[in-house]
Design a binder for this molecule. Structure first.
Ligand code: SAH
Ligand code: SF4
Ligand code: F3S
Length: 459
């Protein structure tokens, strides 16, 4: 109903849209669906908010500072709205799944037109249409002021995806999370874990490879539990085997793996299947068994170490990355030292470090959090310093060697860059457009803080 009628109206107005994404790859992937939907409506995209007629913020709620950033940026839209009262502002994503955040947005920013939850991307068309009809004085049956939708609903499988890249694609294989780590808001904002059907995933990936995509990352909050709710479906390892039957020159990545569910079978598949990258993102969160228990992570430090030993034994060149939280309620300096010792023992190629952030509605929010912010920052600094040394040592082992890498689009700090199979960034000393979007052989010349440097030698 809203499709063709809206497309005609919008195309006539020549509307421009701007989409900003906060948070993890799950949101990046949702934003690609939002962009597909806007494109189908007849909108085109602009790079600056000031040039837009429709602004969509796809928000993240995982830590307090993520929410602060979103609120600050919504606030800045007020002036744009004053200059252009027809501007349509839609806020969606994980933040808007929470009652308190929705109320905050409504009371602080009454100029916001639409608030929708993560599962409502396919309804965004209808909602924008309603606001549009009113703002542009087009007679119609709609006369709403402010619209919100956020209750759980199943996401439409048939949404068009407008992909940001021509060579790298994110493919969600599941939605939601059932793990309820005690600090984490994700299960509350993303709902229960639902796996997509293997046939739909396979079809999407085969189509991407046929269109020239070279790096495909399968996404899920815990990919290792893929298939648990599919009656008679396949598990994650079987899914990987099925997908990689497709002929072609491509790499498959996946994230995130959960230590409680990762299997030996999966590690063996990574070892023997040359389409799967030799990299596992395996968050450990804390090195202390006492804290892991309070976090409800359902594994111990010893179990984590044994998984890593198994993986290193089967795949000697495996690269491991991880997430870690410092300053979880009641974390003593001794607990923190356990984290430090685990980081030293494992030798991650890189580490994503977070200071614990209290999330209302989670079990940890009720725990006494007596550690000062200053102490948490000190612990974070100690951890970061250690990890910088480890990453540097890890990278130095590559210098002088040659490897096949995939050129990335865009640049970092003005330099073209590529990714290795193990997901290490390589800043390129030479580049020309012949190499664009391709696999190339690179000789590593040195290393710096964020990765390696290298020279392309041939294709
Ligand atoms: N599903 C993934 C991670 C999702 S969130 C997993 O289980 O590993 C990404 C990371 O954010 C988490 O791994 C955790 O390290 C961090 N995180 C989540 N909630 C947090 C909180 N309340 N405070 C600080 N860091 C948090
Ligand atoms: Fe959050 Fe834990 Fe689920 Fe990851 S596994 S999304 S940390 S609840
Ligand atoms: Fe943030 Fe939602 Fe991802 S809370 S980390 S965008 S699942």
């Amino acid at each position: 109903m809203y499709g063709s009628k809206f497309k005609k109206l919008i195309s006539k107005q020549n509307l421009f849209a701007f989409v900003r994404t906060y948070g993890c790859q799950q949101n990046v992937s949702d934003s690609e669906k939002i962009k597909g939907l806007l494109l189908n409506m007849g909108c085109s995209f602009v790079k600056e908010k000031k040039d837009a007629d429709i602004i969509v913020f796809n928000t993240c709620a995982v830590r307090e500072n993520a929410e602060f950033r979103v609120l600050g940026n919504i606030g800045m839209l007020k002036d744009l709205k004053k200059q252009n009262p027809k501007l349509i502002i839609a806020i969606c994503g994980c933040m808007t799944q929470q009652y308190s955040a929705r109320e905050k947005i409504k009371s602080m920013f009454p100029f916001v037109d639409i608030i929708i939850g993560t599962d409502f991307i396919d309804d965004l068309r209808e909602l924008i249409f309603k606001v549009f009809v009113k703002k542009y004085n087009i007679s119609g049956e709609f006369n709403n002021n402010f619209i919100e939708k956020y209750l759980n609903k199943k996401l439409d499988e048939n949404l068009t995806v407008h992909r940001d890249s021509k060579i790298k694609a994110f493919v969600p294989i599941m939605n939601g999370c059932d793990n309820f780590c005690s600090y984490c808001i994700v299960p509350y904002v993303r709902g229960r874990e639902i796996s997509r059907k293997p046939e739909a995933i396979k079809e999407e990936i085969e189509n991407l490879i046929d269109r020239g995509y070279k790096s495909i990352t399968l996404l899920g909050q815990n990919v290792n539990s893929y298939g648990k709710n599919l009656n008679g479906g396949m598990n994650f390892t079987e899914l990987l085997r099925e997908i990689t039957k497709k002929k072609g020159d491509y790499w498959i990545r996946f994230m995130t793996s959960h230590p409680k569910d990762i299997t030996k079978e999966l590690i063996e598949e990574i070892a023997f299947n040359d389409k799967i990258c030799k990299h596992i993102h395996l968050p450990f969160q804390s090195g202390s068994n006492r804290i892991l228990k309070k976090m409800n992570r359902q594994y111990t430090r010893e179990k984590y170490i044994s998984i890593v030993e198994y993986a290193r034994n089967k795949i000697p060149d495996i690269s491991l990355t991880s997430d870690v939280i410092v300053g979880f309620p009641s974390e003593s300096y001794y607990d923190f030292k356990q984290t430090i010792s685990l980081v030293k023992l494992i030798g991650f190629s890189s580490l994503f470090t977070f200071i614990y952030s209290k999330r209302e509605g989670t079990p940890a929010a009720k725990m006494k959090d007596l550690i000062s912010h200053e102490e948490k920052s000190k612990r974070l600094d100690e951890l970061l310093k250690l990890q910088r040394e480890i990453s540097s040592e890890f990278c130095s082992k590559f210098v002088g060697k040659k490897e096949r890498v995939l050129l990335e689009e865009g640049h970092k700090n003005g330099l073209k860059f590529a990714k290795t199979n193990q997901n290490i960034t390589v800043f390129l000393e030479n580049y020309n457009d012949d190499y664009k979007d391709k696999f190339c052989n690179v000789k590593f010349t040195g290393h710096k803080r964020q990765g390696l440097t290298g020279i392309i030698q041939n294709r």
